[in-house]
Write a protein that binds this ligand. Structure first.
Ligand SMILES: C[S@@+](CC[C@H](N)C(=O)[O-])C[C@H]1O[C@@H](n2cnc3c(N)ncnc32)[C@H](O)[C@@H]1O
Length: 384
């Protein structure tokens, strides 16, 4: 059994570890933006196809001490690359540089490529070429001051590229972030799920996939390992039939947005995820959205302010807080925002605060239990 490494976004390590455990992975250990686990080739296929909160599944092949570029070149050249690939394969090298000894990651990737190419040329007279967009084999280098770790990237394109989004709208959430946000709430599909300000619908689609037990990689065109020398399509086909979630025949997921364009994008994306008609979509301002549901989970990702002047943004958050308080009693609301000042204008007391990143933007993901008396004492908080 080898050690495999699933990379993820900051703040999602624990939900990823939970996903891995529920699919039977052993020796699950949490790291910074990654989770390691024991597994064979089947587990690597399974992780790629079924996980929702992993970005990439890396298969470490060698780690060696290195103090300079020559050590790296030599160490790379010594690896038996012919075990993993053919001389005619197209390769791409991604370097994660955690050392100031080196100029830049592109330079290291170049030396790594040289080591691989020279090994093949010496042995076979032929050499692999580089294709950064659509390689057969993607190699991942993790470099510190003293150690060079080499992995094969079994995912190919990042796993957040689910394959269902055809229509973006404004700033869509990364699918891995959206799935992680849902799993962080502990939502179970027996509860209603509301997604006001849905934009292109990412949260609702990820919720729909969870409710229907559709694996995270179900709609993808393919995975990196399918181009590997040892790819076993029969094993992969049988792993694709495994299910780690119950398929719920009935569930209530409602997405809404004030913008007609957002609603159109959501409908298109739902259609390409095979969920059209199963998730309710409404064009509505959140301020005028009424529900007759008594409880459930509500997740929203309101604007952060890039397209607003500040006073309008604070007004918007104030009115979101009012709506939550008066019209969603009994719900647990979770709000993701990159604007901590604006969050204060909800005038609600958070029960939990989680740090996440939406792309480069540092965000807070805050939970509000909406019951009688959950409103902050506004006067008191102003005098503090
Ligand atoms: C940051 S985007 C949400 C992105 C979304 N999470 C996604 O993955 O595509 C914010 C959304 O809030 C919507 N919005 C802004 N003000 C609104 C309001 N008062 N009522 C309903 N929707 C609103 C915008 O139209 C926009 O689609």
């Amino acid at each position: 059994m080898k050690d495999l490494l699933a990379t993820t976004l900051f703040g999602l390590e624990e939900v990823l570890a939970g996903e891995l455990e529920s699919m039977g992975a052993e020796s699950v250990r949490i790291h910074n933006r990654a989770v390691s686990f024991g597994g064979d080739r089947d587990m690597m296929y399974r992780a790629n196809y079924h996980l929702r909160t992993a970005l990439r599944i890396l298969m470490p092949i060698r780690s060696f001490p290195s103090r300079n570029e020559n050590d790296i070149y030599q160490g790379i050249r010594d690896i038996e690359w012919e075990k993993f690939m053919n001389s005619s394969d197209l390769i791409a090298v991604d370097t994660v540089l955690l050392s100031k000894l080196y100029r830049h990651s592109g330079f290291i990737s170049q030396r790594v490529k040289d080591g691989i190419v020279d090994r093949f040329r010496d042995r076979t007279g032929k050499r692999p070429s580089v294709d950064l967009k659509d390689p057969d084999v993607r190699i991942n280098i993790h470099l510190t001051d003293r150690q060079c770790s080499v992995s094969l990237d079994s995912s190919g394109d990042s796993l957040h590229k689910r394959g269902y989004r055809t229509e973006p709208f404004l700033a869509p959430l990364n699918e891995v972030l959206a799935a992680g946000m849902i799993l962080l709430t502990g939502w179970n599909p027996g509860q209603a799920f509301l997604n006001p300000m849905c934009g292109s619908g990412t949260l609702s689609i990820e919720a729909g996939m969870i409710a229907k037990g559709i694996p995270g990689g179900h709609y993808r065109n393919g995975f990196g390992f399918q181009k590997w020398k040892d790819y076993d399509p029969l094993r992969f086909n049988s792993i694709r039939r495994e299910r780690y979630l119950i398929e719920n025949k009935e569930f209530t997921i409602i997405a809404s947005d004030i913008s007609a364009q957002a609603i159109r994008a959501t409908q298109k994306n739902l259609a390409s995820a095979g969920l059209l008609g199963q998730i309710q979509v409404r064009k509505s301002a959140f301020e005028s959205w009424n529900t007759d549901l008594n409880d459930g989970i509500l997740i929203m990702n309101p604007p952060y302010g890039e397209r607003f002047d500040e006073s309008n943004l604070f007004e918007l958050y104030k009115s979101i807080g009012d709506s939550l308080k008066h019209r969603f009693k009994g719900f647990q609301a979770w709000v993701l925002s990159g604007n901590p000042e604006a969050l204060k204008h909800l005038e609600l007391r958070p029960g939990k605060k989680i740090s996440l990143f939406n792309g480069p933007i540092q965000c807070k993901y805050q939970k509000y239990d909406l019951y009688e008396g959950s409103r902050k004492n506004v006067n008191k908080s102003k005098t503090q």
